[in-house]
Design a protein around this ligand. Structure first.
Ligand code: AMP
Length: 394
């Protein structure tokens, strides 16, 4: 267990808080502020407890240069609105300079300052000096609450912890609790659902989960690589060549571990990669050569829903088909619906499956939706995340 802001005295202290304000923007406006809202509980706690709060984040990929299309100025405005208090934006092309230091020195208890995009400095992603030391010179305590970048060892996510006491914020605490408990201490049966395009991208997660789960569902584009490994023809479906042998190995491991492996028994095929393409359902072993698999079929949906209804813990990562196209979002929506209807612990591993659950309007029916796609995948691989490893243990 990692220490949180509640395990340490914050009153009067200058607290450097790493948040994930990497929000989508269009024409200088924030189009989705979910990540900003997710940071509020920690900021409010620190404010109520008399800390001087210095917020840090990256946004986009300015590649170590002060590119103004990636400035955090709009985030400061949005934070001020949401917190109903002024969040001062300490703009600097180099993130830390004398004017920023002066702004921090002038802070009173409960004041909030937001620094400029940490990726304006090239050292940030290399976790290198002098930037780490410059950031550290501003504060006395480090709080990491950016789960979305916790799998990266950067100056502001991990390096800075070498300079001062480091604890987690409430968002990271929540992510570790739900993802951690789901994998390490699940109510059984424990079911994992994996989808998405490539087997090789998720091989480590599947491999790790095969040591933990009772059942595993494979859907999405990666199912066709499994079909190929089973000797089926897959027409023009997406194929992950290097994943064929891996798929065979995973099937063998599932068998050795007594894990029930569910691969779609039928599939929705289309004549081309388009929502309007002609489409029909085929048995897994009977895909026509001129068509491509775009979604799981109705029998697979039924079988998966039954498995979901019987499980007590479910972790889901990756869509069941090309869910961006309404005609091929049916299987993904069926899985989301089945998960929404169960009383089991339901954990969505960020990224596209989180988007699919939001799109289906079922987000509030899930136990936990991770805010970090890449971070949650690495966590599910069993890796220690650098932005978590650097925090103090309880
Ligand atoms: P990933 O990033 O690996 O989780 O994959 C997500 C992507 O996989 C989404 O953009 C889906 O459209 C895509 N996908 C899912 N099923 C298929 C499929 N049958 N054929 C091609 N792409 C797919």
């Amino acid at each position: 267990m990692k220490k949180t802001v509640k395990d340490i005295e914050v009153k009067g202290k200058k607290v450097l808080v790493r948040c994930d304000f990497n929000v989508p923007m269009q024409d200088g406006k924030i189009t989705d502020d979910v990540r900003i809202r997710a940071a509020l509980p920690t900021i409010e706690y620190l404010k109520d407890n008399g800390a001087k709060i210095i917020l840090m984040s990256h946004m986009g990929r300015p590649k170590g240069e002060p590119k103004m299309e990636f400035t955090l100025a709009p985030v400061a405005d949005r934070l001020s609105e949401l917190l109903c208090t002024e969040v001062k934006f300490a703009q600097s092309d180099v993130v830390v300079d004398d004017s920023v230091k002066a702004a921090v020195d002038a802070m009173a208890e409960g004041d909030i300052v937001l620094l400029e995009n940490t990726r304006f400095r090239k050292e940030e992603t290399d976790n290198a000096e002098p930037f780490t030391g410059e950031l550290a010179s501003l504060g006395e305590l480090f709080v990491n609450d950016a789960f979305g970048t916790a799998h990266r060892a950067h100056c502001s996510t991990a390096g800075i912890a070498a300079y001062m006491p480091a604890v987690s914020g409430f968002l990271i605490e929540k992510e570790l609790k739900f993802l951690g408990e789901a994998v390490e201490d699940p109510a059984r049966p424990f079911l994992a659902i994996m989808g998405g395009s490539k087997v090789s991208d998720k091989i480590k997660v599947i491999d790790h989960l095969l040591d933990k789960v009772d059942a595993l569902i494979i859907g999405g584009g990666m199912a066709y690589t499994f079909y190929k490994a089973m000797g089926y023809e897959i027409g023009k479906s997406i194929l992950d060549e290097e994943g064929i042998d891996l798929a065979s190995e995973l099937m063998e491991k599932a068998n050795d571990n007594g894990v029930e492996l569910l691969i779609p028994v039928d599939t929705m095929c289309a004549t081309e990669f388009s929502n309007d393409a002609e489409h029909h359902v085929f048995r897994a072993s009977q895909m026509p050569p001129h068509m491509m698999g775009m979604d799981i079929g109705p029998e697979s949906q039924k079988a998966f829903a039954k498995e979901i209804a019987e499980a007590k813990t479910i972790v889901w990562n990756g869509p069941m088909g090309v869910f961006e196209m309404p005609n091929f979002a049916v299987g993904t929506n069926a899985v989301a619906k089945a998960m929404a209807e169960t009383d089991a612990v339901t954990v969505i591993g960020g990224g596209d499956s989180a988007a699919a659950v939001e799109q289906a309007g079922l987000a509030d029916k899930m136990t936990h939706i991770s805010t970090g796609g890449g971070a949650s995948l690495e966590f599910l691989e069993g890796k220690e995340l650098p932005g978590v490893a650097c925090l103090e243990d309880k």
